[in-house]
Ligand binder design. Structure first.
Ligand SMILES: [Ca+2]
Ligand SMILES: [Ca+2]
Length: 70
């Protein structure tokens, strides 16, 4: 599921945090986690993806950009 980086079935701030940790190289995401993390679909994992995850949590956005591409 897009946005569920840690794979616990829910999109929470922990997922956004996991993305940010990857961005600052504190922790490297697995390819599977990376796929869930790239929510804007630009093939890169950046702080923008973390921002989208946070937007989804606070319901500023209903769907991720990557979900609109399909
Ligand atoms: Ca999660
Ligand atoms: Ca991205």
């Amino acid at each position: 599921m897009y946005g569920d980086v840690d794979g616990n079935g829910k999109i929470t701030s922990d997922d956004a945090l996991a993305v940010l940790k990857h961005v600052v190289k504190l922790k490297t995401l697995t390819p599977e986690e990376g796929k869930a993390a790239d929510v804007d679909g630009n093939k890169e994992i950046t702080a923008d993806d973390a921002l989208w995850i946070l937007k989804k949590i606070v319901k500023v956005t209903e769907v991720f950009p990557v979900e609109k591409i399909k």
